[in-house]
Design a protein around this ligand. Structure first.
Ligand code: GLY
Length: 377
């Protein structure tokens, strides 16, 4: 079987900004097959990080060069700190130093940090250069590489400076997941479950049956999970690119999750996907407390997370000194606050999420106090 016929292609329908998401095994080594047709000119700069470069930079470069595409490379330090003003500035200068033109394409090879930073840089340098996402983590394959959210962190919070800027192509090579460490894989899996919880009970049930095989490395299951997730995301983005409405559903678990990440300092203590997992358990618990969601469904969400050892309570964290007020303060800095009101994604059941601004602060405070006291719902 050739690389080309082992792949599946989805389309993100956004008029003249439409693009393909290609999902399959062993894509990076054959990347030129999909990249060459979307280049304005055969000139690229691949931007990656020190963890990803040793695995995937050489095969990507070899494939592009074999197709007579000029390849320059920039390797950045790995880690969330790279998504900063300082690295954004250095990257812009490094790119400009290479005398680029608007027809030069930037290629983001890496996880969410590289994808978000390179996307924002592409949106900014020369007021817009084309860029391609080659996501190498589960989280970036199923979420951050699709949909055009790009940006950097500030001391006021994550992703607070950025742009909606769509890539020309997303190349999700599921083979790259083989070199991902287990904790990162699990953090990405949280974003996979999210699509089932939002509006796809069948997918959630499939995950209940097959998550362990997927985690253990079953390539067909991985491909199915990435494809289903990307298809769900592509549908939402096509409907609501700039998050005027439905796209906010993709933030299930994020209002709570961002507060937990802020309190832990956006580092290794709590990865983004882990925060989202705990945040989704909290959102389902809040829905149960408000009598919107049957307790059986919120219990089923936590039971699934327990079954695959994905954190879904605060017991995994050192919460000494944490208060409901501190967490509420972090939540009030969320990008989705409107007229001082927090946006919550709640659920009437598994696969029935909805957006609301009508949650009394007292209910949220009481949930946070209980979770902090019991370190779980
Ligand atoms: N990660 C949520 C979104 O792309 O809208």
């Amino acid at each position: 079987m050739t690389a080309a016929n082992a792949t599946e292609t989805l389309r993100v329908e956004l008029g003249e900004r439409s693009y393909d998401i290609v999902v399959g095994a062993d894509l990076i080594a054959h990347a030129a097959t999909w990249i060459a047709p979307v280049l304005a000119r055969p000139r690229t700069i691949v931007i990656t990080d020190e963890n990803v470069a040793p695995h995937y930079l050489a095969p990507l470069r070899a494939s592009l060069q074999a197709a007579n595409i000029d390849v320059d490379t920039i390797t950045l330090p790995a880690g969330e700190q790279t998504k900063s003003f300082v690295h954004f500035q250095t990257l812009c200068e490094d790119i400009l130093a290479r005398r680029v033109e608007r027809s030069t394409t930037l290629i983001a090879l890496g996880g969410g940090v590289i994808g978000d930073l390179v996307g924002y840089t592409a949106a900014s340098v020369l007021r817009g250069m084309p860029f391609i996402q080659v996501p190498t983590t589960l989280l970036s394959q199923v979420d951050s590489s699709v949909g055009g959210k790009t940006g950097i962190n500030t001391r006021h919070g994550k992703n607070l400076v950025g742009a909606f800027y769509q890539p020309k192509l997303v190349l999700a090579d599921t083979t790259a997941l083989n070199t991902l460490d287990h904790r990162q894989l699990m953090a990405g899996y949280a974003e996979v479950v999210k699509y089932g919880l939002i509006d796809d009970l069948n997918f959630f049930e499939w995950l209940e049956l097959h998550a362990q095989a997927l985690i253990d490395g079953d390539m067909d299951k991985r491909r199915h999970a990435v494809l289903t997730s990307c298809a769900a995301k592509a549908r939402v983005v096509a409907e609501d690119e700039r998050e005027g409405g439905r796209r906010a559903l993709l933030n299930l678990g994020h209002t709570f999750g961002h507060a937990l990440e802020a309190e832990t300092g956006y580092g290794d203590k709590l990865l983004h996907g882990e925060a989202v997992a705990i945040g989704m358990a909290m959102a389902f618990d809040l829905s149960r407390r408000l009598d919107i969601c049957p307790g059986q469904d919120s219990g089923r969400v936590s039971a699934h997370f327990d079954a695959i050892c994905l954190p879904n309570d605060l017991a995994v964290l050192d919460t000494i000194g944490w208060t409901a007020d501190k967490l509420l303060d972090h939540m009030s800095r969320d990008k989705k606050v409107e007229g001082g009101k927090l946006t919550f994604i709640l659920a009437r059941g598994i696969g029935q999420a909805f957006i609301t601004r009508d949650v009394a602060e007292a209910e949220v405070r009481s949930l946070l106090e209980d979770w902090l006291a019991n370190r779980s719902g």
